[in-house]
Design a protein around this ligand. Structure first.
Ligand code: V47
Length: 389
């Protein structure tokens, strides 16, 4: 049996489930663990990736998702800002970065970045999501001024800025520790960090797809330092390139171990590799079932992560909507202007309105809840909002 059609409600209780069914007997043991709320192991993760019974994997992930969040599905009203695409790294996974001097490179002046923040939809955004290239010449002070200026102009907007890779780079450039750098960023107005740059921790893969970036241990150590200072952050995993199932499981279990230690991660976001315009453009794009399975396996292995995000920009709105029945409880946000995936061939829209996000969620039989970055419910009028803390 599958889950009986649940009543739409907004709490994490009372969804009625029935017995688990699968045609793959190897999954029975995993199901018993999930239903008993026991932790899964690496071997279970490998099985979840290799079984052809994706619906059974999805049923289990949905069971956990409904236990945690009922029918609620979160989204936010945010704006992405990418202050520069100039980057010292030349990662094979990336179509966004440009070398200094490349005519397609850009770097926003501070005024331009502040104006960008104000442009777009009229709906008041609750979050700025800010990431960019590793610029060889921009000092930490530029980024402190950027953030400080944003906070001054938009004091109510949460600033989720800089991947662990950017933070480690800025620290090294400024000859500061990661901790000192994070303290300065917090003083300037950074509130939390996005989950990018994690890619795949396995050194064999990392050395091919992003050998110029900090290694996996340093990514985790930077996140640990941020969490120990009280910052929340997200975590991503880039899949669908040259990694194998064991690399994925290893990545997820490393995230889980750090989360046991710090509790600082809010959301896991699996990111499907988009090969177009990258040096890896001979690789095929991921298929729908791979994307859906990745959401489900993330939900099942990351038992200590509160949220799993189906990032619609990356998955397409249609697949992201389906993911809401396979373990995801968050669609991300309005985004408004996306560059990283569109440079790599994404055909999704640049942004979606609140109304469009709510329609995707409602038609999946879920209850849309607008959240701020820290998952407090947001109540809004046309051009302002309040946050229930
Ligand atoms: O770190 C880069 C990935 C990430 C490609 O925390 C690519 O809420 C696929 O981290 N194909 C940036 N992926 C995006 C990111 C993110 C997005 C949405 C929400 C949050 C959050 C974080 O994008 C990079 C890298 O892993 N990326 N190039 C590519 N060609």
């Amino acid at each position: 049996m599958r889950t009986e059609s649940p009543e739409i409600h907004g709490t994490a209780t009372a969804l009625r489930t029935a017995e688990f069914l699968t045609y793959d007997p190897r999954l029975e043991r995993v199901a018993a663990r999930v239903l008993a709320e026991e932790r899964l192991e690496a071997a279970d993760g490998l099985l979840l990736y290799s079984t052809s019974d994706v619906l059974a994997v999805g049923w289990l992930a949905n069971h956990v998702r409904e236990r945690l969040h009922g029918n609620v599905t979160y989204f936010n009203v945010n704006r992405h800002i990418n202050p520069t695409n100039v980057c010292v790294a030349a990662c094979k996974l990336c179509a966004f970065g440009r070398k200094k001097g490349d005519p397609a490179g850009y770097t926003m002046a501070l005024d331009e970045a502040w104006q960008t923040a104000a442009s777009g939809y009229s709906e008041a955004v609750t979050e700025f999501h800010i990431v960019g290239g590793l610029h060889p010449d921009l000092p930490l002070e530029f980024f402190l001024d950027l953030i400080h200026g944003l906070k001054e102009r938009f004091p109510k907007v949460h600033i989720k800025a800089f991947t662990m890779v950017e933070i480690a780079f800025l620290a090294r450039r400024a000859k500061l520790t990661v901790e000192q750098t994070l303290i300065k960023l917090r003083k300037a107005g950074v509130d939390s960090m996005p989950g990018g740059g994690a890619e795949i921790f396995a050194p064999r893969v990392r050395s091919i797809i992003c050998d110029h970036k900090i290694d996996g241990d340093e990514w985790l150590e930077t996140a640990r330092t941020a969490h120990n200072l009280g910052f929340k952050s997200n975590a991503t995993m880039l899949y669908g390139h040259i990694e194998n199932d064991a690399d994925r499981v290893d990545h997820l279990l490393k995230l889980r171990a750090l989360q046991d230690e710090t509790g600082g991660f809010q959301t896991f976001i699996p990111l499907a590799f988009h090969p177009e315009n990258t040096p890896l453009d001979h690789l095929p794009v991921t298929t729908g079932l791979t994307d859906i399975r990745q959401i489900a396996v993330g939900r099942l292995l990351l038992d200590n992560f509160p949220h799993i995000k189906a990032y619609w920009q990356m998955m397409t709105p249609k697949i992201a909507q389906i993911a809401l029945r396979f373990g995801a409880d968050d669609l991300d946000g309005t985004v408004i202007e996306e560059k990283i995936y569109h440079d790599a061939g994404a055909t999704t829209p640049q942004g979606l309105t609140r109304r469009e996000l709510c329609r995707l969620i409602t038609e999946a039989g879920r209850v849309p809840v607008e959240r701020d970055t820290l998952y407090h419910a947001v109540t809004r009028t046309e051009d302002s909002f309040t946050v229930a803390v």
